[in-house]
Structure formats: structure tokens, C-alpha cells
Design a protein around this ligand. Structure first.
Ligand code: FPP
Length: 253
């Protein structure tokens, strides 16, 4: 049996944006300069995803563990997020980008929560790209919160324990309704998943690149997409079985 000729479709790209601090330190700049440059990269990469017709982009912008960073850095990151939301509002509306947030919002300040909700509501009609920001996000925390929702349904008599299946988790996760990521990119040479989308990345293709996030521009993204197009996804099946299924979306796999 020959291998499939068609390239796998990429619906959902997830990125761990790493290396802002090292980018700045190597230039003798404060870490904040790395984060500022990192936001410029976010804008370029969102644009490129729209051009590449990727329908969903998830960015790991702030992890549950990042709360442990010096307070000044946490405040800087939150200020940059607020600036980003204000500065990109028109562009998101014009480009058909809808914003969605995943993570434990209850830990974010009231000001940030309000700004995020406003941005989500204003951009809700955007149908070209769903930009998912993972904020105060941890994969284990998300799974714990999903488990509590399922346990509550059991306690309420809506669900039998034996009837719990993957779909109950999928619909209880913050990412409910989104396809699983097809490709995960991590910048800065680190070879870890770092508690990102633990459930959703089960069959994602992984791409690690040495460039720090501030140096990861559209050409670097296109190189990652080229690499993805060479992959032969099997979802645990044989090459023969997947030859027919190539190009199916994850939800069907
Ligand atoms: C990792 O670099 C990056 C972060 C912890 C934050 C990412 C945030 C941004 C790019 C800016 C805010 C985002 C948006 C969407 C407005 P690091 O600080 O861990 O780098 P290091 O490992 O070199 O220290």
C-alpha cells in the first residue's frame, strides 16, 4: 500500500512561546523588553495564521506556574495583555479574528477579567481565526476542573459513573467545541510540554525550534508548517489504514 499523497490539514496550531527572557538577557536588556518584543511577534504570527488560513491558534501566554514569578514581572505581563487587547481590537474585528480565553480566570484581576470578557464578546462573530489565549492556564488544573464538573453531574444524578467517556471530558474542558491541536510548536530549544493542553495534545505533531519567541517570525512559522506537511499522521492506526483517512479533522480521528 502506498503512503497517502495528500498533506495533513492543519486546523489548530498551538504554540508555547518561550525565550522572551533569554532574548532580552542576551542583549543586556531587562526581561520586560523580551516580553514587549514577544507581543510584537504575537501580532505577526496571528496575521500569518490568518494568511495561512489556519482556523484556530492557541498561545500559551501565562501559565498557572507563572504566578510564582516576581510580582513586577507578573504585573508587566498583565499590563502588556491589556495593551494588546486595546491595540489589536480594530485589527481583530477587521480580520475576522475571534478571541477566546482558556485557563482559571478567577485568579486574574477584575480589570483583566473585564477586558477579556469585553474582547471575547466584541470579537465573537469573527469566523476566520479563533485566537485562544491560555492565561492562568495549566493542563492539570484544567483536567481537575473538568473532573469536578463531571463529578457534579454524577452527584446530581445526570450521569452514571460507568457512562463517563472521553466526550464528557472534552465538553467539560476549557477548550470545549474546539478541535484538538494538530501541531504544537515550542520555541527556545526547550523540549518539554510544560503542562500545556495535556488532554488535547494526545495526537498532536510536535515541532521544537531553537529560536527565541521574539525571533520567531512568519518565515519560521512557514518552516514549521512545511515540516508539518511532511508528517504522516496515524492516530495509532497503521499506515495502510490511515491512507484513506488522511486529511480528516481530529474530531473524526
Ligand atoms: C516565555 O518567556 C513567555 C512568557 C512566560 C509569556 C509570554 C507572553 C508574551 C509573549 C506576551 C504577552 C502575550 C500576549 C498574548 C499579549 P520566558 O519569560 O519564560 O523566557 P525565558 O525562558 O527565556 O526566561
Amino acid at each position: 500500500m502506498t503512503m497517502p499523497k495528500s498533506n495533513p490539514i492543519l486546523h489548530h496550531l498551538a504554540i508555547i512561546m518561550d525565550g522572551n527572557g533569554r532574548w532580552a538577557e542576551e542583549r543586556g536588556l531587562p526581561r520586560v523588553a523580551g516580553h514587549q518584543q514577544g507581543v510584537r511577534t504575537v501580532v505577526e504570527i496571528v496575521d500569518e495564521c490568518v494568511r495561512q488560513k489556519i482556523s484556530c491558534l492557541t498561545l500559551f501566554a501565562f501559565s498557572s506556574e507563572n504566578w510564582g514569578r516576581p510580582q513586577s514581572e507578573v504585573e508587566t505581563l498583565m499590563a502588556l495583555l491589556l495593551e494588546f487587547l486595546a491595540a489589536q481590537r480594530q485589527r481583530m474585528l477587521g480580520d475576522g479574528v475571534s478571541l477566546r480565553v482558556i485557563g482559571d480566570r478567577s485568579r486574574l484581576s477584575a480589570e483583566v477579567q473585564v477586558a477579556l470578557q469585553k474582547a471575547e464578546e466584541e470579537t465573537a462573530a469573527g469566523s476566520r481565526l479563533t485566537l485562544v489565549l491560555a492565561l492562568s492556564y495549566g493542563g492539570r488544573d484544567e483536567l481537575v476542573r473538568a473532573s469536578r464538573k463531571i463529578a457534579q453531574r454524577v452527584a446530581d444524578g445526570e450521569l452514571e459513573p460507568d457512562a463517563i467517556g472521553p466526550a464528557d471530558f472534552e465538553s467539560s474542558l476549557d477548550t470545549a467545541g474546539l478541535p484538538d491541536p494538530d501541531l504544537l510548536i515550542r520555541t527556545s530549544g526547550e523540549l518539554r510540554i510544560s503542562n500545556f493542553l495535556l488532554w488535547q495534545l494526545a495526537y498532536a505533531e510536535l515541532y521544537f525550534v531553537d529560536a527565541y519567541w521574539p525571533d520567531f517570525g512568519p518565515p519560521e512559522l512557514r518552516a514549521a508548517l512545511d515540516s508539518y506537511r511532511q508528517r504522516r499522521r496515524r492516530f495509532g492506526l497503521t499506515a495502510e489504514q490511515t491512507a484513506e483517512g488522511e486529511g480528516l479533522s481530529n474530531s473524526a480521528s
